[in-house]
Every structure is written in structure tokens, then in C-alpha cells.
Write a protein of this length. Structure first.
Length: 111
């Protein structure tokens, strides 16, 4: 019998669009913001390899959902620019970016 070390299990959720189509997403991470008194979830399409560029989507969790174990309910759209700024800052910290690189990339694209 071979004993294997526990590997972290990738948490996944399924989103259903307006047409009833289901899409599976991997959860990048969840967090709670004391400033906005809300919890948030960041997700990306399941099945992408580690070196593939992915589009990360962010949503607010319904009130009362545990950010460490979101369970159903309607994900809520991010409502304000201040929330988006906060989420972007948290994501950049998670990814190890200081934010300056992103600004430079955006400026290069606009020239």
C-alpha cells in the first residue's frame, strides 16, 4: 500500500449563465474586507495550466457566506470603483506584484 501526502484540493464552483449554460471555475482565493463588510471570491476558468494566462473574475459573496467555504447563492457584482481598487490591490499582493508593472503595461497598450 502506498501512502501519499495530502495534496491541497482545488476548490471549484459552477456558474450558470442566463442561458442555463454551466461553466466550472477554480477558486483562486476568497477574502473578507472589513472596510466594505463583505466577502469576495476570485475565480478563473477550470482546466487551465499553471503557465497559461487566465482571466480572473471577482464577485462579492452573499451576506452570511463563509469566505473559506462559499456555498451556493447568487454571486454579486462588484458595485463601486473603490471596491474594484481594493480587490485589485489584494490580488496584486497575492500575485506578488506592487501594481506599478500593471500601470506600465496599461500605458504601453494605450500608446
Amino acid at each position: 500500500m502506498q501512502i501519499m501526502a495530502d495534496e491541497p484540493v482545488q476548490q471549484q464552483i459552477t456558474l450558470v449563465d442566463d442561458n442555463g449554460e454551466e461553466t466550472l471555475y477554480d477558486v483562486l482565493f476568497t477574502f473578507k474586507s472589513e472596510d466594505f463588510d463583505r466577502s469576495y471570491i476570485l475565480i478563473y476558468p477550470a482546466g487551465k495550466s499553471d503557465n497559461e494566462e487566465v482571466e480572473i473574475q471577482a464577485y462579492a459573496l452573499p451576506k452570511g457566506d463563509d469566505p473559506s467555504d462559499p456555498q451556493g447563492g447568487e454571486l454579486q457584482a462588484i458595485e463601486t470603483d473603490k471596491e474594484w481598487d481594493m480587490i485589485e490591490s489584494v490580488l496584486n499582493t497575492f500575485l506578488g506584484k506592487d501594481g506599478d508593472d500593471q500601470d506600465e503595461e496599461n500605458n504601453d497598450d494605450n500608446q
